[in-house]
Design a protein around this ligand. Structure first.
Ligand code: ATP
Ligand code: MG
Length: 136
């Protein structure tokens, strides 16, 4: 176990529905700290770049459209074992498979409109944090 930083995004569906404060309360109640937080709107190019790893997936275009459909909140999160812990707090990608008391169980409405993003490895956390924050 070690102290880690990870990237959290509150996606357009959850921002639109007014769930930002409730989601951040769940993050903080898990012991994680929100170090940085900003509201932005992704351009199509930025969304395509951010999700480039999924460019060969059938849902790629729809995903990029969804991620540019409204403002998002990007956050730098820190804590012990933060990457794995935050993924646990988020719950499974598909809300139908998410555990009780996870963000996606409570706030996701579909496998695409699933409220939040979280980095899935140390390498990706660093890359993704660098994408949105300069001073890490
Ligand atoms: P994220 O990367 O957003 O934290 P994840 O790691 O749980 O989510 P990925 O497999 O990386 O899931 O997929 C990235 C995002 O693409 C998902 O969060 C979801 O918004 C969308 N997505 C994944 N699978 C599908 C699908 N089958 N149909 C539509 N959208 C999907
Ligand atoms: Mg992912």
């Amino acid at each position: 176990m070690s102290n880690q930083k990870t990237l959290s995004i509150i996606k357009p569906d959850a921002v639109k529905a007014g769930h930002v404060d409730s989601i951040n309360l769940m993050i903080e109640n898990s012991g994680l700290k929100i170090l940085e937080k900003k509201e932005i709107k992704l351009s199509k190019e930025e969304a395509q770049q951010f999700y480039a790893v999924h460019s060969d997936k059938p849902f790629y275009n729809e995903l990029c459209e969804f991620m540019t459909s409204g403002p998002i909140i990007v956050q730098m999160i820190e804590g012990e074992n933060a990457i794995e812990l935050y993924r646990k707090v988020m719950g499974a990608t598909n809300p139908a498979e998410a555990d009780e008391n996870t963000i996606r169980k409570k706030f996701a409405t579909s496998i695409q409109e699933n409220a939040v993003h979280g980095s899935d490895s140390e390498d990706n956390a660093l890359k993704e944090l660098n994408f949105f924050f300069k001073d890490i």
